[in-house]
Design a protein around this ligand. Structure first.
Ligand code: FES
Length: 577
């Protein structure tokens, strides 16, 4: 008789040489009532849970985990749920992004240090998806993802209201005196009316779609609403599948390759996905030792139209997207145009083509086609020039077409505090042709690269009815935001990147079609200004934040910590007892 396959967890629960260790590992687990047969060498499946009451978007994850467990048991596995750092976009200060890398370290060490043969990642709120993918990539055991799903559509005064996107609109209306404080609060109550993550095509839904496009989840992961029974069926199926993946030794790096990232970039263009995907995918790729650069975004994102008519680029919300066919209906169109790497594998062992070729679109106003897209040239545009030698990005589908080529006078803010203090000053020398420039909000400068790039417009211009202006910064912007906003300018001002050299009144030239972003000042003057520039640096005393600032890489590299890049594997050499 062939010897039974020994999985990684056998080193903890069935050691042939360290009997005392096995006693301790198994014995203490028994206090939870697990019967003996669960320690018989079957696949042990970790369920990596970002549940937290402080991360409201992931507040239902204990329920999702229960469905995953059912699937794991059904397939003959042994599920064990464990918590990890949950980075809440809505609550965490100074910005959840500062803690994405910390959470990824937690995930990585929790997976590596514990007896698990495969892991299910429960992801939802913005940073919880990349942090779990990054951590799991560094360990590289069989891994499958499931997102918590979006909230149901918000409704306010008979109209749909989208997470985030509605807030930016209402805030502008409140500043312009168009609505009252009471209206503002009433909208707040109408917006988040069920469990789930933001239901616009913000960063959470974008990253859920990226998980699907990378092949890291079962089809339909991104769009099934959090409260829809089919979300729980998907979780059940996910649990069942991870046990098979362990038996097949189908590790994460066999699923996610350079081709998968290229597919994800194309899907991001077609869904009108968040600019944050650029930074998160770069970080996940870095962990897998896959070289993914802004040039790949340029190459793969070129000529991809935005098909999905969702806020912030369009009008609908994720619930509508699911009913219209979701990500599979988008991938199908990309496959038909021969734009996908069709043989890229996915977690169910099938190719992306096999998974999506029979998808259907049920509403072509929500998911448009190539002949009449929402935006002809969608995706993410990469801009380069003497302000951003290592690149900056812009999302054309959320921008104003008339500002795509523009020369304007810079109105400069050295910090977000200076911006807040001066933006509504009636004496501020600004009109709608100017370009707002914000410095020192990059990875090291903020620290954590906050989502402050979509600076609010001056009240005096809002009152005139102006709703968009060009804005440039080294910050990020919320995936739910919109506007002609140039982000991730690299290198950032805090490391004396040339953004630091921009002064009030300088002329800046933006040419999105040709990917240009230039300061109309000679290189000698820029160099001279930079030599004398004193960045405004955060006052950090120590701890994780100090480590972050010392080691964080620039935005174009994914803003990961330099020592976390590269795969480190699942081996643990030393025993604990
Ligand atoms: Fe959590 Fe938007 S705040 S998904």
């Amino acid at each position: 008789m062939a010897e039974k396959k020994r999985y990684r967890s056998a080193e903890w629960y069935n050691s042939k040489t360290h009997k005392r260790d096995t006693f301790v590992h198994r014995g203490w687990m028994r206090n939870q009532g697990h019967p003996s047969h669960l320690f018989d060498g079957r696949p042990v499946i970790g369920i990596c849970n970002t549940w937290s009451e402080l991360t409201p978007c992931n507040g239902h994850f204990r329920e999702i985990a229960e469905s995953v467990k059912k699937g794991v048991y059904e397939a003959g596995g042994f599920p064990l749920e464990f918590p990890v750092f949950s980075a809440s976009e809505s609550n965490l200060r100074p910005t959840a992004m500062l803690f994405r890398n910390l959470a990824s370290m937690d995930v990585e060490e929790a997976i590596r240090g514990n007896p698990m043969d495969g892991v299910v990642l429960l992801m939802g709120c913005d940073k919880t998806t990349p942090s779990l993918l990054m951590g799991a990539a560094s360990v590289d055991i069989p891994t499958i993802g499931i997102s918590g799903g979006p909230m149901l559509n918000g409704y306010h005064k008979g109209e749909i209201i989208g997470s985030g996107t509605g807030v930016w609109q209402l805030d502008a209306d409140l500043s312009a005196g168009k609505i009252t404080e009471e209206d503002f609060v009433a909208a707040e109550i109408s917006m988040s009316r069920s469990k789930g993550n933001c239901m616009t095509m913000g960063t959470a839904s974008t990253m859920g779609s990226m998980v699907e496009a990378l092949g890291m989840s079962l089809p339909h992961n991104a769009a099934i609403p959090a409260v829809d029974a089919r979300r729980y069926s998907l979780a059940h199926m996910t649990g069942k599948r991870i046990v098979e993946m362990v038996k097949e030794n189908f590790i994460m790096s066999k699923v996610v390759t350079k081709e998968s990232f290229e597919n994800a970039i194309k899907v991001n263009g077609a869904i009108g996905g968040s600019t944050n995907a650029v930074i998160h995918l770069a970080a996940v790729a870095g962990r897998l030792e896959i070289d993914l650069t802004l040039d790949d975004w340029e190459r793969c994102g070129k000529d991809i139209p935005t098909l999905v008519n969702l806020q912030p680029s369009g009008k609908y919300l994720m619930e509508d997207f699911y009913y219209a066919g979701g990500v599979p209906a988008v991938i199908k169109q990309l496959l038909e145009k021969k734009l996908m790497n069709k043989d890229a594998l996915t977690v169910n062992g099938k190719t992306i083509e096999q998974n999506n070729t029979s998808a259907e679109c049920w509403n072509n106003d929500v998911i448009k086609d190539f002949e009449s897209p929402l935006v002809k040239d969608g995706g993410i545009k990469i801009l380069r020039g003497n302000i951003a030698p290592d690149g900056a990005i812009l999302k054309p589908s959320a921008a104003s077409p008339e500002l795509m080529k523009h020369k304007g006078k810079a109105v400069v803010f050295e910090s977000v505090e200076e911006f807040q203090e001066k933006i509504d000053d009636p004496n501020l020398d600004v009109d709608e042709t100017c370009i707002l420039v914000l410095k020192n909000c990059g990875p090291k400068g903020y620290p954590g690269m906050a989502e402050v790039g979509n600076m609010r417009l001056p009240q005096k211009l809002l009152k005139k009815g102006i709703r968009d202006m060009i804005r440039i910064s080294d910050a990020r912007m919320s995936g739910t935001a919109y506007g002609t906003v140039i982000l991730h300018t690299s290198p950032e001002a805090a490391v004396k990147g040339p953004l630091a050299a921009v002064l009030n009144g300088d002329l800046i030239e933006v040419d999105v079609v040709n990917g240009k972003l230039n300061l109309d000042v000679s290189q000698d003057i820029i160099d001279d200004r930079l030599e004398n520039y004193k960045p405004i640096l955060p006052d950090i005393k120590g701890g994780y934040q100090k480590m972050y600032v010392d080691h964080v890489m620039q935005a174009d590299k994914g803003a990961d910590l330099d020592f976390l890049v590269g795969k480190r594997g699942s081996e643990v050499k030393r025993h604990s007892h």
